[in-house]
Each structure stands twice: as structure tokens, then as C-alpha cells.
Design a protein around this ligand. Sequence first.
Ligand code: ADP
Ligand code: MG
Length: 253
Amino acid sequence: MTAGSTPSTSAQPMISMHDVDKHFGALHVLKNIQLEVPAGQVVIVIGPSGSGKSTLCRTINRLESIDSGRIAIDGIPLPEEGKGLAQLRADVGMVFQSFNLFAHRTILQNVTLGPTKVRKMNKTEADELAISLLKRVGIEAQKDKLPAQLSGGQQQRVAIARALAMKPKVMLFDEPTSALDPEMVNEVLDVMVSLAKEGMTMVVVTHEMGFARKAGDRVLFMADGEIVEDAPPEQFFTNPTSNRAKDFLSKIL
Ligand code: ADP
Ligand code: MG
């Protein structure tokens, strides 16, 4: 599988954020964010609850607007609204903690809906693509069931397949395993590791250190709306420089 419909060939970053600020009312939730993610890089975002990790992800596919600054995907500035937004959401797949599958659609329909509606793929093609993706995440046998008939780990793998069906350039994961029973965490992380190995550009909010070390190229540590540290996983976990990161790691390791 390819990582995107039109792979980037230049040195241009796949994701770029410059001077990005965002408030929720009086709360300054993103403070002067500067971030460039080259194509194929896997960025792990960690930090205390409320530090702005989800908001950072959500601004990248314009689920949240920003007050000021610039965000671009593969060199294209984020659209404000309209048709451009649907295209952007196809290019930037997102997987949430709560799987957000369409409850009244079968597993297969959950995966084919986007490609037929947004990518204008015909049904036969969309079915073939969906089945190959469901195979890939190990859920093909469940294709005619409804989401509620699947385990949490299975539903999350469907959510990943659904995002991949749009042939995204970037995949965002916001705590994809936090809502899962412990025995299901690895089946989801394994899919994400293989995606990372295939060269997908990924931003992953997670506290799964094993995954961060195995698949991550870079860790961003966020606190109070700022990127406080930006380092390779090994360096960050063994030798964090800020007191806030040291304090955070002492609580979770
Ligand atoms: P994290 O994902 O790191 O836990 P979030 O990005 O979800 O942090 O939230 C950062 C801060 O913004 C928190 O204080 C949160 O309560 C607040 N916040 C998030 N979403 C909204 C919203 N839609 N309206 C108002 N405040 C919000
Ligand atoms: Mg969050």
C-alpha cells in the first residue's frame, strides 16, 4: 500500500505549522506552535492531560480552527470551509479514542462510504479496496457485522481501515488505545507499527512508550499549550531536559 495518493517528492514538509495560536475563550490552548513533519515521519505527542495534544491534532485536519498562524499539508494551506474541507479530511485521516464508527452501517459499509462519497470511487472498486484493507487489519471475517458486534480492538482496527480507504497522506491518532481493554491494545498498535514501517506520515498522541520507541522517529512533549521538548524517543525517555518532562515521566514510567 502506498502512503498517499500523490507522494511528496520534494523536501517540502508533509505537515507544517507556523506561529499557530489558539484560545478557547480565555484559555490559551496552543501557544506559538512551530512544527514541520517530513513525509514518512512518525511523531509521538505526549504530555499531561489538558496540555493541548488533542487540540493540536484537531487543528491539523481543521476540526478546530486556529486564531492565527499557518498550517499546510503537503504544501497546501488548510482550506477554511466548503469542498476543500472534505478533501482535506480525506487526505488527513484521524482515529479517535472512541472509535466513532457509523453504528447502523456494516463494517464493510463503514469502510466504503468515504471512498464512494468523497473519492467518487465506484461500488465494486470500493468494496475491493475495503476488503483488502479489512484483511490487512485482520477483520475481513467480520465485514457484514455491525460495529457493536465487534470488540473494541476490532472496532478500532476498522476505524483505521476506514481512514486508510481514503488513501490519506497523513494519519492522526488521538490516544487510539486508551479506551481499550489491555489485551486489545497490541492488536491495534501492531497495525500502527506496520503502517509506520510502510512510510505513512503519522502524528500519534499516546503514552504507550513501547510503541513510541519502536515506531516513533520523534517525541513532542507538550505542556500548557507549548511544545516543550522535541527529541528522538530514546533521548527523550532516557534524558529529558525540562523539569516538566522529568516530572511527567516520573509519574508514568
Ligand atoms: P489534551 O488532549 O492534552 O488532554 P486538549 O487539547 O483536549 O488537551 O485540551 C486542552 C485544553 O483546552 C483543556 O484545558 C481543555 O479543557 C480545553 N478545551 C479543549 N476543547 C475545548 C473546547 N471545545 N472548548 C473549551 N475548552 C476546550
Ligand atoms: Mg486529548
